[in-house]
Design a protein around this ligand. Structure first.
Ligand code: FE
Length: 249
């Protein structure tokens, strides 16, 4: 499998490029609006064809570039089938693999950060979206979040993957790039080791995180698979700024 880990600094998002070296088909997992041109350039520079974008869930902190990439590259849009979005071309379903040439992607339903959230398993690595982060986990206090569900998704599903599986999250805010199932299982401070579900639920309820500054725009934009809000305050424009610029002019 061809693989690249790309970073978008405004929302600290990792976008992943996965591709089959034989058929040259490529997928981008969690592509972000401000960096869609950079991402497409990487695909083109490697001589690949972007056939699909996958969003692990409906994001609250950035706008997906799924629709922009569909327009520019003809890629299909994959999102959790349970979200039932009209703009979805491929509905992710638990246990229903996606075949990308010789590369098999296994969607795994991992609710808790949002109810319809998916992780994507690709052989010896897993793209955990906002469920499992490095030394952390996604928040559970908005958008259908549920700490109990997240605990079960991570402990019963993700932690049952082989210990050497590499963990690639959708975000990291401290410059870390990759972890492993063994490492998170053993020492994730929120829900690794002997942490019980009751302790985790209490811990999550006391985080007191700030209200996400972009959420009111992002949710509606992402329910349309990546539409930039029409009237965006100046302070938030960096989340969608590149939208009007197209390489075609
Ligand atoms: Fe999220």
């Amino acid at each position: 499998m061809l693989f690249r880990q790309l970073f978008e600094p405004v929302s600290s998002t990792y976008t992943y490029l996965l591709a089959c070296p034989h058929t040259r088909e490529a997928v981008l997992v969690d592509p972000v609006m401000p960096t869609w041109q950079r991402d497409l350039q990487v695909v083109n520079d490697l001589g690949l064809q972007l056939v699909m974008t996958i969003d692990t869930h409906i994001h609250a902190d950035h706008i997906t570039s799924a629709t922009m990439l569909k327009r520019e590259a003809g890629s299909r849009i994959a999102l959790p089938a349970l979200d039932g979005l009209e703009c979805t071309d491929v509905g992710l379903q638990d246990g229903v693999p996606l075949q990308l040439g010789g590369v098999r992607l296994d969607p795994m339903h991992t609710p808790g950060h949002t109810d319809n959230h998916f992780a994507i398993v690709a052989g010896d690595r897993v793209f955990t979206g906002d469920a499992l982060l490095i030394d952390g986990c996604g928040r559970t206090d908005f958008q259908s979040g549920d700490a109990r569900a997240l605990y079960t998704s991570i402990r019963a599903k993700l932690f049952s993957l082989p210990p050497d599986t590499l963990v690639y999250p959708a975000h990291d805010y401290h410059g870390r790039w990759v972890s492993s199932i063994a490492q998170e299982k053993e020492r994730n401070p929120r829900l690794g080791g002997k942490r019980t579900i009751e302790e985790f639920v209490e811990l999550m309820s006391k985080l007191n995180l700030p209200y996400p500054k972009f959420i009111d725009y992002a949710l509606s934009g992402n329910r349309q698979c990546g539409k930039c809000p029409e009237e965006l305050p100046e302070s938030l424009q960096q989340y969608c700024r590149e939208m009007q610029e197209s390489p075609q002019g």
